[in-house]
Design a protein around this ligand. Sequence first.
Ligand SMILES: [Zn+2]
Length: 488
Amino acid sequence: MGQAAAGPRRLSTCPSAAFEFAFAFEFSLVSLASLAIRRIVHPLHLAHNGHYAQERYLREYERTQYLPFEEVQRLQLRRLQKRLRHAYLHCRYYREQWDQAGLHPDDIQRLDDLASFPILTKADIQRDRDAMIADDMPASSMRLDHTGGSTGAPISYYQSWDVHCSRMAATRRHDRWAGYQLGDRSAWVWGAPRDLPPDTFKSRLRRKLIDRTLYLDTAHFTAGRMEAFSARLREHRPKVIFAYARALAHLAGHLREAGLEVYRPASIITSAEMLSDDDRAVIQQVFQCPVFNRYGCREVGVIASECQEHAGLHTMAEGLYIEVVVGDRPARPGELGKILITDLLNFAMPLIRYEIGDMGCWDPAPCPCGRGLPRLKGVAGRVTDFVVGPDGRLVSGVFLATYVVAKRPTLGQVQIWQTAPGTLTYKIAPRDGAPTSSADLDFLRTSTAKYVGAGTETRFEFVDELKPEPSGKFIFCRSTVDPALVAQ
Ligand SMILES: [Zn+2]
């Protein structure tokens, strides 16, 4: 289809009045279809699955997002107290842990009081999961889920069907901030194979009637597939593209280099991978629409999202209590620390002070959008995205990718690996298989010494190809050195 079919905003550029009328008519049909899906098909689908609670939660979240910050905190405190009392009475793991530490849920009089409770790690869940399941929850009221293990520590966990509904509602609320409503057409540049729909009749019907989605699997990125996907975007005309951040930046960069006409959606929602300023810039430039960054995880769903101000990410505070800590103290506003999450609504298997493995910092300033939901200034990436210098300094892999690797495009594809403080390995897949120049290697050595610290041992490893992780994510930095050792 031609350029004029790329979206409603192109209407004014079309010289033909007849075409404008036809397009406007088609557009109104599309809107009607979206409305019918939202008001009729989806509620029927929810009713069929017994998930009525989703609509109730959505109505609640639409209202509570505009509560003043102090009221959001009061709501969180009430839910936190209830959550901990229930965990103490019904989860053997928490009861034993807190008894040993001389702690009791009644100790929680303010949100800050949670800081004295023990942190929950992925290793704790792997070891003691069954002791964390509430003994008053019937098996039929919960579902088993698991993480993909792209971070090296896969876990399985239970969540109640009720909390599943609340998370679906939270996602829908945050989608709305980017202008997407259920029933609108969407496209997904996505990596996790488990999220891709199976090729069954039921799944195809659902995609046609409810999801109205187009998928590009980032695990199989080739020039041909990217260009074919771009062509299909123009036919499908999605309102919003949901994407793995780095994968979409990769796609955008390729389309720009190839000089192809690119479809413009109304907005783009990126998640699953760290969105750097450079990646955001290339995505916005190529797709010519705003990018709404999002932070979430399999275990608790959407954690935080950008609003229309694009100045930090509002947390899903009604369902999650989030802490940022440095060592065992709360981080100061703007100070980078580890993110801990307490799920306020999951009564099946509560996660309390769960160390998710990401780093972030708070922005205490109120947001101009008027929402009272606390805001993360940014999520700086996974703990494993930071390398540690010989003097203990922390350097973000995104920084190295931007200010070192990106300065030498002749390098081809590069990944940074670290297994011990003060050493760094650049894995290099040279462009077109050509040998890497000594000038490029010297640049990496001197830049590493400059930013990671003099005395850093810089190593190189040459490979034919750098593939995305099995999860579809492009990892550009992986460190097994714990930044907590230096952050304290
Ligand atoms: Zn806002």
